[in-house]
Ligand binder design. Structure first.
Ligand SMILES: Cc1cc2nc3c(=O)[nH]c(=O)nc-3n(C[C@H](O)[C@H](O)[C@H](O)COP(=O)(O)OP(=O)(O)OC[C@H]3O[C@@H](n4cnc5c(N)ncnc54)[C@H](O)[C@@H]3O)c2cc1C
Length: 380
């Protein structure tokens, strides 16, 4: 366990753990099986002050940081990585508005998003590819009265439940003739915005993922989140810090699940007349789970502390996301192996851990893209 949490952070962890054990752990398997997002829990998390951990109190938040948000998401993901990504993505809309929105946006939307009265979503990925933002076909056209938005986004978390949506789209070309993006805020109930197909995912099934569609969506002159033409920077800052720290925290929740399940199972299972935990090869597998968990946690909380003291942490968080999400896949596969035949029986959560860990990898940028970012940084 990462050792340098302060007393308030330790207290936060125990409060969230208690909430998760009561409201999430007993239902996680059922949400996965039924592909159900427990939308009503947003208000429960909001009432506990957990949806605006990094937002300052004047906008309804707790005035803490990325570290506290990661602690919260890790605890939720220990039992439901699916619901954790729904909370995680809500936080992306909050982060985009908090860090890049106008004062009017912050005053109007953040208190309602922090309380869970409204749910947020961030629509960036398009059918032409999430890794390449330069091909965005969505258009944000300036008009006399504001902006008109047209386009289709894919793989969007909270697609069918989000009230406040932040979108990116092409808003023009720069002096070199290259497309530039802007980001806009779409208030709840805006005509022309709808949800399209809902995906039937392999994992992370406690969340809704699908298309969001904008057809002649009319937005006011104050719709821009960040400056005109700076939408890529808004998306990259938000996903680079809040998305990747969030997905890493979710992977670490899965890793902790692997450690705990492998210890529990190997102590209870009797083989050759003694607990499986006495077998040296099994001890090595448990050790590997623990080492992956320790390494990923230390990397994540080091990177969030760097962001919280005011520095850019994009390359570090790309490294963490790569390591933590890949380790969660390896550890859940390893835990399935450790359990023998029981590992593939759905009564145990480890099969879900593997499916969740696999679905975690592309969300917020693939492993290949994380390595492109890390290499780009060290080569510079
Ligand atoms: C569960 C889930 C939730 C998601 N939620 C959201 C959301 O809320 N909002 C949102 O906007 N998006 C969301 N996404 C989309 C996600 O961000 C994209 O899936 C991701 O960025 C990858 O884009 P793509 O799927 O289009 O793959 P592509 O970009 O088409 O990539 C295909 C393959 O090419 C590889 N590749 C691409 N470029 C390079 C390169 N330069 N070098 C090496 N390899 C490369 C990739 O690694 C991958 O293997 C979500 C995805 C998932 C699975």
């Amino acid at each position: 366990m990462f050792e340098f949490f302060n007393e308030d952070q330790k207290m936060l962890r125990s409060v969230v753990r208690e909430l998760v054990e009561k409201e999430i752990a007993p239902h996680a398997a059922e949400w996965d099986e039924q592909d159900k997002c427990p939308k009503e829990l947003f208000k429960v998390f909001g009432e506990q002050g957990l949806l605006g951990l990094f937002v300052s109190p004047e906008y309804g938040g707790a005035g803490l940081g990325l570290t506290e948000r990661a602690i919260m998401l890790e605890e939720v993901a220990r039992h439901s990585a699916g619901f954790a990504i729904a909370l995680m993505t809500h936080g992306l809309a909050v982060a985009a508005i908090y860090n890049h929105g106008s004062e009017a946006h912050k005053k109007e939307w953040l208190p309602k998003l922090c309380s869970g009265e409204l749910i947020g979503g961030l629509s960036v990925t398009e059918p032409t590819g999430g890794s390449d933002l330069t091909t965005q076909a969505t258009t944000i056209e300036q008009t006399e009265n504001g902006f008109v938005l047209n386009g289709r986004k894919v793989f969007i978390t909270n697609s069918h439940i989000a009230d406040v949506n932040v979108w990116t789209g092409t808003s023009g070309v720069n002096e070199k003739g290259r497309k530039v993006l802007s980001a806009v805020l779409i208030p709840p109930g805006t005509p022309g915005l709808s949800a399209g197909r809902k995906e039937n995912k392999l994992g992370l099934r406690g969340s809704v993922t699908g298309d969001t569609i904008a057809k002649d969506v009319q937005l006011g002159p104050d719709a821009l989140v960040g400056k005109a033409g700076k939408g890529a920077a808004v998306a990259m800052h938000t996903i680079g810090h809040f998305g990747r720290s969030g997905m890493s925290a979710i992977a670490i929740g899965i890793l902790r699940g692997c450690v705990e399940e492998s210890i529990k199972f190997s102590k209870e299972r009797i083989i050759y007349g003694k607990p499986l935990a006495k077998v040296p090869a099994i001890q090595a597998m448990i050790a590997e789970n623990e080492i992956d968990f320790e390494a990923a946690s230390t990397m994540l909380y080091n990177a969030t502390a760097i962001y919280d003291r005011g520095e850019d942490a994009v390359p570090r968080l790309a490294a963490v996301k790569y390591f933590a999400t890949e380790a969660a896949v390896t550890a859940s596969r390893r835990t399935i192996d450790l359990m023998g035949g029981y590992g593939v029986i759905n009564e145990y959560p480890v099969g879900r851990f593997l499916r969740d860990a696999l679905a975690n990898i592309p969300s917020g940028g693939t492993s290949q893209i994380m390595k492109v970012i890390v290499a780009g940084n060290v080569l510079r």
